[in-house]
Design a protein around this ligand. Structure first.
Ligand code: ADE
Length: 361
């Protein structure tokens, strides 16, 4: 079976017992308890991971087109698929040959999350999955405008077309309202995720995709967990610049640490894809965040939007606003039709710095 959701570690406690005393029975778990000279041995049926039904795509119904994304261990390929008799665009995620066991587990976990999440307009939805020659292929909605980070950076018109920028008096091809809509859509997607009790753990503009009608959609559920609190036990590359204080210090992840990351995403949107804490090292972040240091207000950012960021970055997780409140507030700002993100070319306008090497944790 290619899809095996990770099962909980066996609670079998066996300390100092000769092996012949222990005959594990398949499908059963053994619990041994010692206390003041007494030993209690209980056998009970192992909780079986519930099989998960995913929408099956036939290999013959996928026509692979071009490579649209590549990471260390995975690839994303644009494809045409046939689903329920309809032809449609899809993005197919697959692992590379030399992916580790951990990568395979995260990948299967991503399918599990996508299946359990269900449909929402502000998340990247599952179209189906296919098993071929022992490999898993996950088909998700295709987002025609790619990831939000690149999309924001490409809108820096003063760099790409200074004549246009000066003629229209703007620093971005995107309006204040569109930028606010990216934030509001992402907040709606995160509200849905949090109501389903999923923690994303890697919320950042690079993991938000831009779909039809420029709707933003939360993507990359590879690290998501359907748990109230997740404590990361193994080492791995960490998205330090997006991480809450408690995740940096104690590897604890909750919806409230996703709220912190949302604050950083909001900053990325306002700064048109700037690198958070540009010029600071990760070590400096570990030192300065607990001392109260936070990113300053971008010059083009309205006080109310910056205040929202600061609330997301509160020290105490329970003092950060819930996604429902963030989504409501951003929705209200959208209705107000005020320029919350000022894109006009004011005097001495400069873009926030980009440091691609610093973004790699
Ligand atoms: N890159 C990664 N996933 C994608 C998707 N679903 N659509 C477009 N580009 C992508």
């Amino acid at each position: 079976m290619i899809f095996a959701p990770p099962s909980a570690p066996s609670p079998c406690l066996l300390h100092g017992l000769p092996a012949h005393l222990f005959h594990p029975v398949k499908g059963e778990e053994t619990i041994l308890q010692f206390s003041s000279g007494t030993l209690t041995l209980t056998r009970r049926p192992k909780p079986q991971p519930e099989p998960l039904n995913y929408p099956v795509l036939e290999w013959e119904d996928i026509t692979f087109e071009d490579l649209i994304g590549e990471g260390n261990f995975g690839q994303v390929i644009r494809a045409m698929i046939k689903k329920d008799g309809l032809k449609m665009n899809a993005a197919i995620k697959m692992l590379k040959e030399y992916a580790s066991e951990n990568d395979h587990r995260d990948f299967a976990g991503e399918l599990e999350v996508l299946c359990k999440l269900g449909h929402h307009p502000n998340i990247i939805n599952l179209l189906g999955a296919c098993e071929n020659r022992g490999y898993l292929y996950i088909a998700i909605e295709y987002a025609p405008y790619g990831n939000l980070l690149d999309f924001l950076r490409k809108s820096r018109v003063l760099e790409t077309d200074p004549a246009f920028a000066r003629e229209h008096g703007t620093a971005s091809t995107l309006s204040s309202r569109q930028l606010l809509r990216f934030a509001s859509d992402a907040a709606n997607g995160m509200q849905y995720l949090s109501e389903k009790q999923f923690i994303h753990r890697d919320l950042a503009a690079r993991n938000v995709l831009v779909g039809e009608n420029l709707a933003s959609k939360i993507a990359d559920f590879g690290l998501s967990r359907g748990e109230e609190v997740y404590v990361k036990k193994t080492m791995g590359r960490l998205p330090v610049r997006w991480m809450a204080i408690e995740s940096l210090n104690y590897s604890v992840y909750t919806t409230k640490s996703d709220v912190w990351s949302f604050g950083v995403l909001l900053w990325e949107i306002v700064s048109l894809g700037g690198t958070p804490y540009c010029g600071m090292t990760c070590a400096e972040l570990y030192e300065k965040l607990p001392q109260g240091y936070r990113m300053e207000q971008p010059r083009n950012c309205d006080d109310e939007v910056y205040e929202l960021m600061r609330q997301c970055w509160r020290d105490r997780p329970h003092e950060r606003p819930p996604f429902a409140q963030i989504a409501l507030q951003l929705g209200r700002m959208l209705e107000a039709r005020k320029a919350y993100v000022n894109m006009s070319l004011f005097e001495n306008f400069t873009y926030a710095g980009i440091d691609a090497t610093a973004e790699e944790a």
